[in-house]
Write a protein that binds this ligand. Structure first.
Ligand SMILES: NC(=O)c1ccc[n+]([C@@H]2O[C@H](COP(=O)([O-])OP(=O)(O)OC[C@H]3O[C@@H](n4cnc5c(N)ncnc54)[C@H](O)[C@@H]3O)[C@@H](O)[C@H]2O)c1
Length: 368
């Protein structure tokens, strides 16, 4: 199969759909890969690295789309890319259709086959192509929390791990999923006193058994959260209720119970946020203050570390990309229910119920 890796054109997106290592694997399977000139540059992968493993470099995005049977990328296509997608062309990327009406209509019109990373789902309900970005975001949440705790950055002026004779900072993690566990482990590794909450008791039991002794578990309810506020230093919001808006676990009135300079990191901001006072921020202006409490709510945290994020993403997507290239999308989706669940829009039809429901479009389930 002919595979194309275009350069991402969405603002501030520095990741790329595939690393040279991933491209090498596809070529080993007998496929040909065209990478757009400088596509990997911002992730630390030069054109020469792709050429070395056998890829062809094409000068423009138009060339890559025209060449490929399957496009592998990172972000959803944006307007200039819509007309480049042709009938029957497979596009394997994050789409997030339910939050973008224009994109949904454009992809229906294109006649392309849109296989969305975010809905590829394993039988245990895990989302294997979202997990790597959550693993990155969780670690970064703690690093940023620790950074903004500095007095010069607006924080309380505490060192997250303390020093001998001085207590470490207190970190409260709301939501003990992939992001929450990564954040808690990173904070614990830096010596912080960590509390992690969840509404799932089995999950709390698992965290209690498997995580270091300086991570304590706490059942998530308003009473328990309020009790933590008077001396907490960093709060990380990492709650997710699939398909629903994130609840506000920290309301505006709760800010008064915290010490000035407390740092709130709202990782769940991409789903609406779990602090009432959160609004999305960017890497160029990541923080703002409300009532003396510092808020960090960057909506694409992994974008700050594109080398790690691209590599982690390719590690997760590659086996699916290889299956799609080896067998074609129909057979690959027939053989693997996880991949089948990734089909969102197929040749003009919305084949994923939540997307059809979101935009009041006909749902046309696909049978292979
Ligand atoms: N900002 C970013 O760049 C970025 C990057 C990756 C992920 N995210 C977001 O981070 C959030 C978490 O992602 P994840 O992969 O860890 O999800 P996850 O499903 O693995 O974990 C979510 C956890 O929240 C728990 N939860 C639900 N309601 C709760 C409540 N009221 N109190 C406490 N816990 C509760 C769930 O039981 C679950 O354990 C999502 O909103 C995701 O979109 C953001």
């Amino acid at each position: 199969m002919k595979i194309g890796v275009p350069k991402e054109i969405k603002n501030n997106e520095n990741r790329v759909g595939m690393t040279p290592a991933g491209v090498a694997e596809l070529i080993k399977h007998g496929h040909t890969v065209a990478v757009q000139h400088t596509a990997g540059e911002n992730s630390g992968f030069a054109d020469e690295q792709y050429v070395k493993v056998g890829a062809t470099i094409l000068p423009t995005i138009e060339d890559v789309y025209a060449y490929a049977d399957m496009i592998v990328k990172v972000k959803e296509p944006i307007e200039p890319e819509y007309p480049l997608i042709r009938k029957g062309q497979l596009v394997f990327t994050y789409f997030h259709f339910a939050s973008d009406h224009e994109l949904t209509l454009a992809m229906i019109k294109s006649g392309g086959v849109c296989l969305a990373y975010e809905t590829v789902q394993l039988p245990n309900r895990a989302l294997p192509l979202l997990i790597p970005m959550s693993e990155v975001a969780g670690r970064m949440a703690t690093l940023n929390g620790a950074y903004y705790l500095q007095k010069t950055k607006g924080g309380k002026g505490k060192l997250i791990g303390g020093v001998p004779g001085v207590k470490p900072a207190k970190v409260l993690v709301l939501g003990g999923g992939i992001v929450g566990e990564a954040a808690a482990r990173t904070a614990a590794g830096m010596g912080a006193d960590v509390t992690i909450t969840d509404i799932s008791l089995p999950r709390l039991r698992q965290l209690d058994i498997e995580t270091p002794a300086n991570i304590h578990t706490l059942y998530s309810n308003e009473h328990n959260i309020r009790q933590q506020l008077h001396d907490v230093d960093i709060i990380i919001g990492s709650v997710l209720i699939p398909g629903a808006k994130t609840p506000f676990l920290i309301t505006r009135d709760m800010l008064k119970e915290m010490e000035p300079g407390t740092v709130l990191v709202d990782v769940a901001i991409d789903q609406g946020g779990c602090f009432e006072t959160s609004h999305p921020t960017t890497h160029s202006e990541p923080t703002y203050m409300v009532d003396g409490i510092l808020h960090y709510a960057v909506a694409n945290i992994p974008g700050a570390v594109p080398n790690t994020s691209t590599t982690a993403l390719t590690n997760a997507t590659l086996r699916y990309a290889v299956a799609l290239a080896d067998k074609g999308w129909q057979q690959a989706c027939k053989d693997d229910q996880a991949l089948f669940l990734g089909l969102n829009v197929v040749e003009g039809k919305v084949t994923y119920k939540a997307v059809a429901d979101a935009w009041n479009l006909p749902y046309e389930p696909i049978t292979l």
